[in-house]
Design a protein around this ligand. Structure first.
Ligand code: CA
Length: 290
């Protein structure tokens, strides 16, 4: 069995947060050749699923940076929840330092009603302090963040803690570099946590056993593949764990330089159907080998 693991944002999704027709075609072609295509994303499962449904594709989904795995029939086959005491402590610290955050559970993405204002205030501050700066990428990042499916707004963070749900991930987001650094310092010392970033402005916290690479490892015996026959495609730091596991690792043309450095192959950008190009390359590798 051969397998291709694909990240969503900055990888399979273009800048309009859609899967292009070219990419859909390539995925379906790979599937028709018996290759298992897996979506591996930091997004919540229900959010990733709605994106896949819109594009008309059906795959295994590793979501929440590896905290959950669902099969194509939508059944959950694996999950790792965070300790509730840790969730409480993290939220308290994020509130204290006035960071925007989202709490990802098996049911929803929770955020408090007033929190989006924090991002607006941070953006206004940048506009005043550096009027020459083009802040359209910041607007774009905020739009992407707010366009996720499954948001539930609560009045107070205590309501988030009262849910009887599985807590998979907490995402903190800030346009203020100093605040992001504070966040990293706060959580780096908590050794029971994994701390990764999938974008320029975010910080994602989950159980230390959570990663896209670990999730792939869990899927290997279930799907019966060896890593010799795998390709992983990504663009950012939360992809490193799976890129390192796969035999063929592909960085997007738009990936961070650090990611391009650790990959054997660099494909074109997400807005140029980089995933489709990588998929055809993978199929050709095995075609020429046989
Ligand atoms: Ca990404």
């Amino acid at each position: 069995m051969k397998l291709i693991a694909v990240d969503l944002d900055g990888t399979l999704l273009n800048c309009r947060n859609e899967i292009s027709e070219e990419n859909v075609k390539a995925i379906k072609y790979a599937q028709s050749k018996g290759i298992e295509v897996i979506i591996a994303t930091g997004r919540a499962y229900f959010d990733a699923l709605s994106i896949c449904k819109r594009a008309g594709i059906s795959t295994y989904v590793i979501s929440d940076n590896g905290a959950a795995i669902h099969c194509p029939e939508s059944r959950q086959i694996f999950s790792i929840a965070m300790d509730k005491g840790d969730v409480h402590q993290i939220i308290r610290l994020l509130e204290e330092h006035d960071l925007y955050y989202e709490v990802f559970t098996n049911n929803a993405i929770y955020t408090t009603l007033n929190k989006r204002e924090v991002l607006q205030i941070e953006m206004d501050k940048i506009r005043i302090e550096s009027p020459e700066l083009d802040i359209s990428p910041l607007h774009q990042a905020a739009r992407t963040q707010f366009s996720q499916s499954g948001f539930v707004f609560v009045n107070n963070y205590i309501e988030i803690l009262e849910k009887d749900e599985k807590y998979y991930k907490i995402l903190a987001f800030s346009f203020d570099e100093a605040k992001r650094k504070t966040g990293i310092n706060l959580f780096n010392s908590m050794k029971q946590l994994s701390l990764v970033s999938s974008g320029d402005y975010n910080l994602e916290i989950s159980s230390k056993y959570t990663s896209k690479g670990n999730a792939l490892e869990r899927l290997a015996p279930i799907l019966g593949f060896s890593f010799e026959n795998t390709m992983a495609i990504g663009d950012s730091y939360n992809d490193i764990s799976m890129l390192k596991k796969a035999r063929y690792n592909v960085a997007m043309g738009n990936a961070k330089d650090d990611i391009k450095e650790i990959c054997d192959i660099v494909t074109s950008a997400n807005d140029e159907n980089g995933v489709a190009h990588a998929i055809y390359k993978f199929i050709n590798i095995f075609k020429s080998a046989s």
